[in-house]
Write a protein that binds this ligand. Structure first.
Ligand code: NA7
Length: 530
């Protein structure tokens, strides 16, 4: 008999909820967490200004109506400390910590056909067996570490956004460089600009960023709480797992709108703020004309914020369709460049050559700094799984996925039985409100484990044909969209040597739920159970 029924890897939002569900149902469950605390991405990403870009009323658990009613978010978009408080509260409220082993990383998984169990190996040297393993390892949890020439020679302080010191860093009056202008870079830059002595931003690609219009949410929260269950039902059937203030209404098709309405629709969305701008038209990521209009409107709004037209031009994204790379949500980012002590270095014009003891050489100029902040991103969606030596027989999952991930529903991979991924590749995950996707996957996996237990089954895996069909479907959907036109982490394009395939399932959370529900109702069609 295995040491545990289920091993869950990771104690972020997904791992905690998975533990709660399984324990309630009597499964002996153990969670292994690399960090010293619960929270996953919200534990590690404590850089200045770190904030969620999905609204708080949506980015929260829905499984317990009492929790939903009792927890009070303070802002429309919650900052990292408040989200971490919430996760800690959940861990304590449901007494989850007693089944979590902290400061321990799963390094190896090996499946034994004779026992239908996984042997789990950790970096602490422990080995134990588990009937099932659920990887709740996060989609953006393994940072890339670009090989910057001479980085180790820098004599000042270097910080990565994903590993910011818990006690914080005093940047008052310091000469600071930031490399990277995705969400992490933008948020850091905006937060530190008021206190630093000088700030130099090294930008390779400008980001489309929509203003957050963040504010206190007392009234909105009270309103949502009055009908929270119905509110959640609606969110689960939307494309992005969040309503964008529009309820169940679908966005209009671009070609159905006259010119004036197109502009007013864009203006309304932009002024409301946030990622929902990309919902301006249903076909914004399908129709190049729709995308061009939304992009041009965004560019004009961005340019209008920056006083120096040369700097404004450098900050204006042009090289890819809007929203084909993850958009950012900003709280005064572009206005930072109106400060006299802020410089933007466009790495396309002035390539980054090397780091030196004193600073950074780009475009033949050495600039000197006290502190360098690196906000250079993640090996998204497959990084955490590929970091574990996952073996069945003479094959590893890494080898199987060398040309891109192969999964059924983003939940399992053929020939790797009894191993599940929460928000895995080829599921909507990073294109959605992660909380909606996490809860759906955890509930789906839990139902399947109960189904197996009820039948005395000990093994489940996808049929190869079902998996092939799902891979093709995922690719076909992606090919209908403009997503592949951007060199994004959705495509694996930010990791040297990573195969470029579109990683998430792009047809939306609502469509995915209908497929997933249908497969379950049909007796887990496409899965082999033994
Ligand atoms: P992102 O969005 O991947 O951003 C990373 C940034 O770092 C981006 O601007 C990159 O430029 C830049 N980068 C990466 N490597 C280099 C090198 N070698 N030289 C210069 N610049 C570089 O990561 P984030 O952490 O900001 O956000 C991740 C997600 O977290 C975000 O999308 C939200 O979902 C939450 P590039 O664009 O590749 O030219």
């Amino acid at each position: 008999m295995a040491d545990h029924d289920v091993t869950v890897i990771g104690a972020g939002f997904a791992g905690l909820y998975q533990l709660h569900r399984l324990r309630e149902l009597g499964f002996d469950t153990r969670v292994i967490e690399a960090g010293p605390e619960v929270g996953g991405t919200w534990y590690w990403n404590r850089y200045p200004g770190a904030r969620c870009d999905i609204e708080s009323v949506e980015y929260s658990y829905s499984f317990d109506p009492q929790l939903e009613q009792e927890w009070n978010w303070t802002e429309r978009y919650a900052a990292q400390p408040e989200i971490l408080d919430y996760i800690r509260h959940v861990a304590d409220r449901y007494d989850l910590r007693r089944d979590i082993t902290f400061d321990t990383r799963v390094t190896a998984l090996e499946f034994d056909d004779a026992t239908n169990e996984w042997t789990v190996g950790t970096d602490g040297g422990e080995r134990f067996t588990s009937r099932f393993v659920i990887a709740a390892t996060g989609c953006l949890s393994v940072p890339t570490r670009p090989e910057f020439d001479g980085l180790e020679n820098f004599g000042g302080d270097t910080y990565w956004t994903w590993d910011w010191p818990e006690q914080g860093v005093d940047l008052t009056g310091k000469r600071v460089a930031v490399v990277g202008t995705g969400s992490s870079g933008l948020q850091t830059i905006t937060a530190i600009a008021p206190v630093v002595g000088s700030l130099t931003v090294f930008q390779r690609t400008p980001s489309y960023a929509v203003p957050a219009h963040n504010h206190a949410i007392d009234d909105l929260l009270a309103e949502v709480k009055r009908h929270y269950p119905e509110f959640r039902q609606v969110s689960r059937l939307t494309r992005g797992g969040a309503q964008c203030g529009e309820g169940a209404a679908l966005p209009p098709f671009f070609e159905d709108l006259d010119d004036g309405t197109v502009t007013s629709e864009l203006e309304r969305r932009w002024d409301n703020g946030g990622l929902c701008y990309q919902q301006s038209f249903f076909d914004l990521l399908l129709d190049p004309d729709a995308n061009d209009r939304a992009a041009e409107y965004a560019r004009a709004r961005i340019r209008a914020k920056v006083n120096d037209p040369v700097v404004a031009e450098k900050l204006t994204p042009r090289s890819y369709p809007i929203a084909a790379k993850r958009m950012c949500v900003d709280t005064g980012y572009f206005e930072v460049y109106n400060q006299d002590n802020v410089e933007l270095v466009d790495l396309r014009e002035e390539p980054l050559a090397r780091f030196t003891e004193r600073g950074i050489v780009a475009g033949g100029t050495e600039r000197e700094f006290d502190v360098i902040v690196l906000a250079t991103g993640y090996d998204a969606m497959t990084g955490a799984l590929n970091a574990i030596d996952i073996r069945h027989g003479d094959r590893t999952l890494r080898e199987k996925w060398a040309d891109g991930p192969r999964t059924y529903l983003g939940l399992m991979s053929a020939d790797f039985p009894n191993l599940f991924t929460v928000t895995g590749p080829q599921s909507p995950s990073v294109l959605s409100n992660m909380m909606t996707s996490i809860e759906y996957h955890v509930d789906w996996i839990t139902d399947l484990l109960v189904h197996l237990r009820d039948r005395g089954a000990v093994r489940v895996e996808p049929e190869v044909e079902a998996e092939d069909n799902w891979v093709n479907t995922t690719n076909d959907v992606a090919d209908l969209t403009l997503f592949p036109q951007a060199a994004s982490w959705y495509m694996g394009a930010n990791v040297p040597g990573k195969r470029r395939v579109f990683l998430p399932f792009a047809a939306g959370v609502g469509a995915y739920k209908q497929i997933g529900d249908g497969i379950a109702v049909a007796g887990y069609h496409g899965f082999e159970v033994a």
